[in-house]
Structures are given as C-alpha cells and as structure tokens.
Design a protein around this ligand. Structure first.
Ligand SMILES: Cc1ncc(COP(=O)(O)O)c(C=O)c1O
Length: 374
C-alpha cells in the first residue's frame, strides 16, 4: 500500500514535544493516571488491581463495549468494536468499505486520514469543500449532486476539526436522510462530541440515525485521555463491524489491556470527566473571543460551535502564514498549525483551546503579533 504522508502528524512529530505552548493541539488537557484510577467504582477497581497482561478480546472488553453502547440510543454492546484510537478505526473502516470501484465523499478541510486512506485503497474520493464565507456550513444540496451510482461512503466530522463547524439539527436530518435514501454508509466522526458549546445543539449520533450510520468515538478528545489510545466504531450494521474486526487482525489484533480498563473507569464516570473538559474549553473560549475582537482587522474569526479547535485566518497579504508560524515558534515557543497542513495555504491556521496554558500561549501570540503585524 502506498499512501501520502500525513501532513499534520508529520508536523506534530517535528514540534509537539519541542515547544513551550501547543496552541494548535486538538485534544483536551490530559488526565493523570492517578486521577483516573481514583474514579474507579468497586468493580472496576478490582478489574484494575487484578488485571493480567495477556491478550484481550479482539472486539474489546465486554464491559467496555457495554459502556460504550450506553452512549447511544440504539446500539447494543455487540454493535461496538474497540480500536487503538480513532485512527485505527478510520484505517480499517476505509479499507473495508472502499476499493478501486468505489466512490466516497468527504467533508473538507479534513483530518487527513478521513480521505487519504480511501484514496490509498484505490477509491475515487470527492472532497466537499466548506467555505469560511459561508461560516463553514455544509451544503446538503451540493452533497446530493455529488452522489454517484458507486458512492459507498459519506464522511463528516462534527464538531469539526479544524473549523468547529456543527450542522444544525435540520441539516443533520437532511444529510442522514440523503445517505439513507442513496444507500450510502455515513461515517460520523464524533471524536469532539460532548464539547458542543450549547448542549442543546448536540446532534443525534450517527449510529442512531439509520442502519448504515456509523459513529466514530475515542477517549482522546472530549474525554481528555489521548494516551489510552482507545477508540471505537458503533453501528447497527453488524456485517460491516464483522468485516472491520477481521481487518483488525492485520493491524493491532486487540487493544491494550490496561487502557481498556482505564477507559471503562472513565466512561463510567463520564459526567465528571466531561464536566472537566467542558470547563476547560468553555473557560478558554472568552479569551479567544477577546483576542480576536482586539485583532479584528488582522485575523478573521468564525467562532466555532463545538470542539476544541478553530480555524482563523491571517488577513495580511504581505505576511505568509507559514513564515508567521515559523517565526512565532522561534520567538515565543508558541505553536500554531498553518492551513497548508490542511491543503489551505490562504492565511488560515489551526488554534486549539483545550489546554490549560491557553492564556500564556495567547499572550505569546499577542506579543509577537504586536511586534510584527500592528
Ligand atoms: C477529526 C479527528 N478524527 C480522528 C482523529 C484521530 O484520533 P486519535 O488520534 O485519538 O486516534 C483525530 C485526531 O486529531 C481527529 O481530529
């Protein structure tokens, strides 16, 4: 298999552990192990203490699958398949659903693997471009027109990386109905679910919308435990999950035993886990609002509707964002991710606001902007 380099991950491989402030991270500030273990109930504490480090069930620990299923209205425990992160789930699903005869539509800009793995599997992939001038909204009619007889998969991520886009309930319904009518599988990448700023705006999970709807979830983002590397697919399409499980025999076979138990502990305590994440993200948002108000003529700001990421734009025509980002990290140790990493070299950059050092990171950006842009 030949596959293009994953630009964002290569960028993080270079910078993530070498800078003072990651102002473009997508995850929420990670939990400490001790704090997670302290969340355990009697049953999960015993599972943790008595855990033996053998292989685990390849579909996932039965209690973990049951806990994940309880996040959905219509999914049974055997409608859940556990993976090593969301990334492995994307890899397996794309390979199982897509081949040279198939077509997929993926909302763009996008987390690269959502379209790149399908391309590498030989499929034709159309990107559904969202535009800043439309407030990054989806265009359901344009999506309808791009469906072909061989379209197998529609991929949307909401809340969205990198724009913070979240469709309205009406748009979501139109989209899921469109996929159902066309017989197309819907991959709903919901790794930022539960971080909708207005909780009333939370959408029905993809897995709950129709029988070919698939939800992609992970412990990394809203649950703030990226180091667990536990993700999952949830769907009522058992045949599809069985094919993904068979594919997984060639990737990781089964998940990490300690991670499964820690994920179970955290999901059972999800109210507390999610409350912490929401507090961090919603506490940081006003700092960004104020920053972009002060710099209104310099940066565009489409306020995200959920998640922990935004995609503002440097409006200056004379300063290239790649140069600006390189000089910023050099001068202040603050990392932003230029849009070129997402294939958008027009001044956009990704900002992450799930970390607890956001105020210091923004101060670095502001000081540098004052010296170079004012
Ligand atoms: C939209 C989206 N999907 C999937 C992933 C992959 O998640 P993980 O790294 O936890 O596997 C990410 C990570 O940034 C993401 O932003």
């Amino acid at each position: 298999m030949r596959i293009a380099e994953f630009a964002l991950e290569r960028f993080f491989a270079r910078w993530e552990f070498a800078v003072r402030h990651l102002l473009c991270a997508s995850d929420v500030e990670g939990w400490s192990m001790a704090d997670v273990v302290a969340l355990a109930d009697e049953e999960t504490r015993a599972l943790w203490n008595d855990l033996r480090l053998g292989y685990t069930e390849s579909t996932g620990h039965p209690l973990l699958r049951a806990e994940i299923a309880s996040l959905y209205d219509t999914v049974e425990p055997d409608g859940v398949l556990v993976f090593a992160g969301a990334e492995e789930a994307i890899f397996c699903l794309s390979n199982v659903l897509l081949g040279p005869a198939d077509h997929a539509i993926v909302v763009w800009p996008s987390y690269q693997s959502l379209y790149e793995v399908g391309r590498a599997a030989g499929a034709q992939v159309s990107l559904h471009a969202m535009r800043e001038s439309d407030g990054w909204a989806l265009d359901v009619e344009r999506i309808r027109r791009s469906i072909r007889p061989n379209t197998r998969l529609f991929v949307v991520n909401a809340p969205h990386n990198p724009t913070g886009m979240l469709p309205s309930a009406a748009e979501w319904q139109a989209l899921t109905e469109l996929c159902a009518e066309a017989g197309v599988h819907l991959l709903a990448d919901e790794v930022y679910r539960y971080l909708e700023f207005d909780e009333a705006a939370r959408l029905a999970a993809g897995a709950d919308t129709f029988d070919r709807g698939i939800s992609l979830g992970v412990m990394s983002k809203s649950f703030a435990m990226a180091g667990l590397r536990i993700g999952w697919l949830a769907s009522r399409d058992r045949d599809l999950l069985a094919r993904c499980a068979a594919f997984k025999d060639y990737t990781t076979i089964c998940a990490s035993a300690p991670s499964e138990i820690l994920a179970l502990i955290a999901l059972r305590a999800r109210d507390r886990v999610l409350a912490r994440s929401r507090e961090i993200v919603l506490g940081n948002l006003p700092l960004l609002d104020a920053f972009f108000e002060r710099w209104a003529g310099t940066f565009s700001w489409v306020r995200p509707r959920g998640g922990s990421i935004a995609f503002p734009r440097l409006l200056s025509r004379s300063t290239a964002i790649d140069r600006f980002a390189a000089d910023l990290v050099e001068a202040e140790g603050v990392l932003i991710a230029p849009g070129s990493i997402f294939g958008m070299a027009d001044g956009h950059f990704r900002l992450g606001f799930g970390r607890t050092d956001l105020a210091e990171a923004l101060a670095g950006l502001e000081a540098f902007s004052s010296r170079t842009l004012a």
